[in-house]
Design a protein around this ligand. Structure first.
Ligand code: ARG
Length: 463
C-alpha cells in the first residue's frame, strides 16, 4: 500500500517518500506478467547455478535457493501464491517470496543480475515455448486444408479475378493457394526462432556482469541457441517481439483473406460452401439466418493483431538505449497476440475441417464464357497470334450474348464467320475438366499439379 514505508519495496533503499497509490497501481505489471512465473523461476535456478560456479554461492546455498524457488514455482502452479501489495512484477514477487521462505540468503540471488536482463530473458523463454504451440496449431490448419484438397480434387469451380468469373479451376487449387500462404508463414515462424533464442541473462542492468558468470553455461542450461553479444543490446532489444507481432499480422492477413473467400462463398447467392453449425450462429430477430461469425471474427481479429504490432512499434520508436520502463508495454500486446493467434488457428482449422462443400453449385456457376480464354488458345494452336485470337474470342462472346445463348451454342458457321481457322473440333473446347487439365504447367490446376502441390505442402509439414 502506498502508505507503507517504501523501504518495503525491493528497491526502496534510496527512497524516503511514499509512492502515490495511483502510481503504485500504474507501475505494477504483476497482474499480467505473472503468466511468466514458470520461466522466471527457471531463469533464477539457472542463475543460482552460475553464481555457484563463480563462487558467489556455496553449494549448500545454491541448494537452498533452488529448493526455495521450486516451492515458489509450485505455489504458482497450485494457485496458492499469495500476492502482496508491494509485489511490483513477477520478478519482485518471486524474490520476495523466496526470501520469506529461506531468509536473507534469498537476497544473494540477485547478485550481478538486474530485472533488466531478467525480464528480457523471461520474455524470450516464454515466447519460445509459445512459438512451439503456435507452430503446431498452424500445422494443424495447413494439414486439414491439404487433406480436403486431396479428397475433393474432382470438384471444379470458376476461379475469380476482380470477383468476376475468370477461368475454370479445381476447388482444391483455391484451397491450396491459401494453404501455400500458411506454408510460407510456417517457414517464416521457424526462421524467427534463432533470433528469439538469444540469451540476455548476464547483461546486468546494462553494462554486463561483474562476477564473470559463464554465459555459455547459462545459455546451455536454459536451452538458448546463442548469447547476446552486447549487454546494452541484451537489455534493450525487443525486436524479437516486434518480429513475432509482424509475423502474426501477416499470418492474420492470410487468415482474413481466406475468411473473406469463405464468407462470400457461403452466401445464398454463391452457395458454394455451408459452414457447420458448430462454427455459425443465428440471428436474434431473423429466424432463417445462419451467420458465419467464426469467419467474421477471424477477419476482424486481423485488425486487432495488426494494431498490437503498430502500437508496440510506436512504443519502441524514439526510446533511448537500453532499458526504459516503456518496455514494460511489450507484454500486453504480445500476450494478446499469442492468445488470439492460437485461438484463430484452431478455429480456422475447425471451420475448414467441418464445412460442407457443394460441388454441384460450383459446377452450375461454371458458365461457358469462362472458356473464352480456351477458345482464344484454340486458335493459337492453329497458328493465329494470341492478340488476334483474344479479339476473335471476344467477338464470339459478344455474339453469344446478343443471341442470349451460351458460347458453345454458337454453330461452326458462326465461328467460321469470325475466323476461317475454326474447324469441327472447336466444340471440344467446351469441357471444363479438359480446360483445367490443359493447365498442366507447374503451378496449374491440372490433377497432376494439384498432387504436386499436396506433396510439396506435406513435405513442409514434416519439418
Ligand atoms: N516489470 C518490468 C518490465 O516488465 C521489469 C523490469 C524492470 N526494470 C527496471 N529497471 N525497473 O519491463
Amino acid at each position: 500500500m502506498a502508505d507503507q514505508p517504501t523501504k518495503q519495496k525491493l528497491w526502496g533503499g534510496r527512497f524516503t517518500g511514499k509512492t502515490d497509490p495511483l502510481m503504485h497501481a500504474f507501475n505494477q505489471s504483476l497482474k499480467y506478467d505473472q503468466r511468466m512465473h514458470a520461466v522466471d523461476i527457471r531463469g533464477s535456478i539457472a542463475y543460482a547455478k552460475a553464481l555457484t560456479l563463480v563462487g558467489i554461492l556455496t553449494q549448500e546455498e545454491q541448494t537452498k535457493i533452488t529448493d526455495g524457488l521450486t516451492t515458489v514455482g509450485q505455489e504458482w502452479e497450485k494457485g496458492v501464491f499469495i500476492v502482496k501489495e508491494d509485489d511490483e512484477d513477477i520478478h519482485t514477487a518471486n524474490e520476495r517470496r523466496l526470501s520469506e521462505l529461506i531468509g536473507p540468503l534469498g537476497g544473494k540471488l540477485h547478485t550481478g543480475r538486474s530485472r533488466n536482463d531478467q525480464v528480457a530473458t523471461d520474455m524470450r523463454l516464454w515466447l519460445l515455448g509459445e512459438v512451439k504451440d503456435v507452430e503446431s496449431n498452424l500445422k494443424g490448419l495447413i494439414r486439414v486444408m491439404v487433406e480436403r484438397a486431396d479428397k475433393e480434387v474432382d470438384i471444379l469451380m470458376p476461379g475469380y479475378t476482380h470477383l468476376q468469373r475468370g477461368q475454370p479451376i479445381r476447388w482444391s487449387h483455391l484451397l491450396l493457394s491459401h494453404a501455400l500462404s500458411f506454408h510460407n508463414d510456417l517457414e517464416r515462424l521457424q526462421q524467427l526462432i534463432p533470433r528469439i533464442s538469444v540469451l540476455p541473462l548476464g547483461s546486468g542492468a546494462l553494462a554486463g556482469n561483474p562476477f564473470a558468470v559463464d554465459r555459455d553455461f547459462l545459455a546451455k542450461e536454459l536451452g538458448f541457441i546463442s548469447v547476446a553479444e552486447n549487454s546494452m543490446w541484451g537489455v534493450g532489444d525487443r525486436d524479437f517481439i516486434v518480429e513475432f507481432l509482424m509475423w502474426s499480422s501477416l499470418t492474420m492477413t492470410h487468415m482474413s483473406r481466406l475468411a473473406e473467400d469463405l464468407i462470400i462463398y457461403s452466401t445464398s447467392e454463391f452457395g458454394f460452401v455451408t459452414l457447420s453449425d458448430a462454427y455459425s450462429t443465428g440471428s436474434s430477430i431473423m429466424p432463417q439466418k445462419k451467420n458465419p461469425d467464426s469467419l467474421e471474427l477471424l477477419r476482424g481479429k486481423s485488425g486487432r493483431l495488426f494494431g498490437n504490432m503498430a502500437g508496440f512499434l510506436m512504443t519502441l520508436k524514439g526510446l533511448p538505449s537500453t532499458y526504459n520502463k516503456d518496455l514494460q508495454e511489450d507484454k500486453e500486446p504480445l500476450f494478446d497476440t499469442v492468445d488470439n493467434i492460437s485461438a484463430c488457428l484452431k478455429i480456422a482449422e475447425g471451420v475448414v475441417a467441418t464445412m460442407n462443400v457443394h460441388g454441384e453449385k460450383m459446377l452450375q456457376a461454371l458458365t461457358m464464357d469462362v472458356l473464352a480464354t480456351d477458345l482464344a488458345d484454340y486458335l493459337v494452336r492453329k497458328g493465329v497470334p494470341f492478340r488476334e485470337t483474344h479479339h476473335v474470342s471476344g467477338r464470339a462472346v459478344a455474339l453469344a450474348e446478343s443471341r442470349k445463348c451460351q458460347l458453345n451454342e454458337l454453330t461452326l458457321q458462326d465461328f467460321q464467320t469470325l475466323n476461317g481457322k475454326f474447324a469441327n473440333d472447336v466444340h471440344d473446347i467446351f469441357d471444363f475438366e479438359a480446360s483445367v487439365e490443359r493447365r498442366s504447367a507447374i503451378g496449374g490446376p491440372s490433377r497432376k499439379m494439384i498432387l504436386r502441390q499436396i506433396s510439396f505442402l506435406r513435405t513442409g509439414l514434416a519439418n
